[in-house]
Structures are given as structure tokens and as C-alpha cells.
Design a protein around this ligand. Structure first.
Ligand SMILES: NC(=O)c1ccc[n+]([C@@H]2O[C@H](COP(=O)([O-])OP(=O)(O)OC[C@H]3O[C@@H](n4cnc5c(N)ncnc54)[C@H](OP(=O)(O)O)[C@@H]3O)[C@@H](O)[C@H]2O)c1
Length: 295
């Protein structure tokens, strides 16, 4: 199978490329230098030259604050970009996979969201991603939409300028005696290697549609930080903070835990509990980083 991976040098995209390559598939690596998804002409040119059997779109404008101040740019990439890829996929009669987000929900439910729950995004990023889902689903009959949450991987997140939450906590623990972390926002932190494995599993089916795809269980950011420090044996004073202690400019859901109902019903779910995902991530950190964090 030949897969065009868009956003291929991103935090998730790099693991998606590795997962398909490890599976013996041919990967066409498309970075932003190779494709501009918001341009119908440039998207078409890159895809025609790639001639894939499947498109995996991990590209996004997903810095939440930047999306809020420039919603047109967010819509151009996350919504119209998705539309351009979906139209091309339909013309070529191939599937397209769109990576989406838990931020399509408002958090009011307070228990895990399933795929049939109504979306109600609170900010421009969530609105643009929900629009991208609709453009994908309405234009490409063979579509896969995978909503992920609180992702972290070994490659830096390009849009957010580097450190993921795990690396940020470990860095701050080396610089400060005390850390205060929000204990009122709940997520299912999900390593990108597990999302990549899930994408490979989905690529083997023709069960098209919408899927939630995050690790099992959930935690607050404080609880996630606690687990990071306990697992690495890091000594630092960790205090619980309220969301109001760090007023955000842009509204975000305080509860965005997803239940992988559709993946489980299709017997396709590959995710572990978030604690196991964290252990695996920490065990596979680059040796230099691991030594530094233990010191
Ligand atoms: N990070 C999270 O916590 C999180 C949570 C939920 C969902 N998601 C979703 O997960 C996906 C992957 O996130 P990530 O952390 O891997 O992001 P990332 O590291 O920022 O990677 C995104 C990639 O997309 C490329 N890109 C951006 N705009 C593009 C455009 N117009 N045309 C072509 N390529 C473009 C970027 O290239 P340049 O950097 O060179 O522009 C980069 O290679 C996104 O769809 C995001 O919405 C992320």
C-alpha cells in the first residue's frame, strides 16, 4: 500500500510515517515544503505526483491562541485544506484519514464523550476542526476521522514550539523547587506512537466513519504530572492549581475525555491505559534526555 502522509515531519506525522514503514508500506513523505493543503492547485499537484492509495492528513493550524486571533487562517488550513484533500480522494476513489480533536466538545457532559455526542466547540480552533470533519465526511465517501486528545511524542510539536507536556514538566522540575499544575481539566493523554498504530489498523479496514481514539482512563493535568514525576523518580514539590489561577485568553473545555466506542465496536481499538502509554514513552526517551531528567 502507498500512503501519502501530510504533516510528515510533525509530532504525530513522523510516528505515522515510521508505523507504516515498519509495516512494510510505501510512504510518500509530504512536509509543508512539499504540499500546501489550503491551495486546491498545490494540493492536487502534490497528490497527483504522489499517486497514493490512502491519504493521512495530520497537518493542522492548531495553536489555539493563534487560531482565535486569525480564524480565517485556521479555517483555510483545518477546514478548506481538509476539503481539498477530500475532493481529491473522492476523484481518485481512495480513502482519506483526517486527524481531529477533542476540542470539538464543550466539556459540559462531564463523562466520556462518544462519537454520537453533539459537538459544540468553544473556540475557533475547535470550530475549524469540526468544519474540517464535515468537509471530509461530506466530500469523501471513503473517509476516516480520528479524534485524538492531549497528544505527546518524541518529535516536537511544530505548531506549539517544542516541548510536549511530559518534557515540559521534566524541564521545569530541574529549574524550580515547586510546580503548580491545574487539577480541574481532565484529558486522556495519548502518545503519538499509539495513534500511529491505530491509524495503521484503520487503514486495513473499509469501516469508514468517525472514531474517537485516545488512551483508556483519564486524569487531570496535575495527576498526569504526578505520574510523570513518580515514574521517573523526580523530586519536586507539586501543588494542585485551579484553572482560574492561570486565566486562559481562549475558552477551552475543562473536560474532554473521549470514549473509543466505535473502535471497540469494530474490534479495532489498539490503545492502552494512559499510565502504560506514559511508561512506554518514558522508557523510549533519548538516553541523554532520560539521564538529564533523572539528575
Ligand atoms: N497537539 C495536541 O495536543 C493535539 C490534540 C488534539 C488533536 N491534535 C491534532 O493532531 C494533529 C497533529 O498534531 P501535531 O502535534 O503532530 O502537529 P505539528 O507537530 O504542529 O505538525 C503539524 C504538521 O502540519 C504541517 N502543516 C501545517 N500547516 C500546513 C499546511 N497548510 N499545509 C501542509 N502542511 C501543513 C506542519 O508543517 P510546518 O510546521 O512546517 O508548517 C507540520 O509538519 C493535528 O491535526 C492536530 O489538530 C493535536
Amino acid at each position: 500500500m502507498k500512503i501519502a502522509v501530510i504533516g510528515a515531519n510533525g509530532q504525530l506525522g513522523s510516528d505515522v510515517c515510521a508505523a507504516f514503514q515498519g509495516n512494510g508500506d510505501e510512504v510518500v513523505v509530504l512536509t509543508h515544503a512539499d504540499i500546501e493543503i489550503s491551495s486546491p492547485e498545490l494540493a492536487e499537484a502534490a497528490l497527483a505526483s504522489a499517486n497514493p492509495d490512502l491519504i493521512v492528513n495530520t497537518a493542522a493550524m492548531h495553536h489555539v491562541d493563534k487560531c482565535q486571533v486569525d480564524p480565517e487562517a485556521a479555517l483555510r488550513v483545518n477546514a478548506l485544506g481538509a476539503r481539498n484533500l477530500a475532493l481529491w480522494a473522492r476523484g481518485a476513489d481512495i480513502p482519506v484519514l483526517y486527524v481531529s480533536t477533542d476540542y470539538v466538545f464543550d466539556g459540559a457532559k462531564g463523562s466520556p464523550y462518544v462519537e454520537s455526542d453533539a459537538a459544540n466547540p468553544l473556540n475557533a480552533y475547535g470550530i475549524s476542526k469540526l468544519a474540517g470533519e464535515h468537509f471530509t465526511a461530506s466530500n469523501a465517501p471513503k473517509h476516516l476521522i480520528l479524534r485524538v486528545s492531549a497528544i505527546y511524542g518524541h518529535q516536537p510539536c511544530r505548531a506549539k514550539g517544542g516541548l510536549n507536556f511530559v518534557e515540559l514538566m521534566l524541564k521545569l522540575s530541574r529549574e524550580r523547587d515547586e510546580l503548580r499544575v491545574v487539577d480541574e481539566e481532565y484529558v486522556s493523554p495519548t502518545p503519538t506512537v499509539q495513534i500511529a498504530a491505530q491509524i495503521v489498523a484503520l487503514s486495513r479496514t473499509d469501516r469508514y466513519g468517525l472514531y474517537h481514539g485516545t488512551t483508556e482512563g483519564s486524569c487531570s493535568w496535575y495527576e498526569f504530572a504526578r505520574e510523570i514525576f513518580d515514574t521517573t523518580g523526580t523530586k519536586v514539590r507539586l501543588e494542585r492549581a485551579k484553572s482560574s489561577d492561570f486565566p486562559a485568553k481562549v475558552p477551552r473545555p475543562s473536560y474532554s475525555v473521549l470514549e473509543n466506542s466505535a473502535l471497540k465496536a469494530a474490534q479495532l481499538n489498539v490503545y492502552t491505559h494512559w499510565r502504560e502509554g506514559l511508561k512506554e514513552y518514558l522508557a523510549n526517551r533519548a538516553p541523554v534526555a532520560a539521564v538529564t531528567s533523572a539528575g
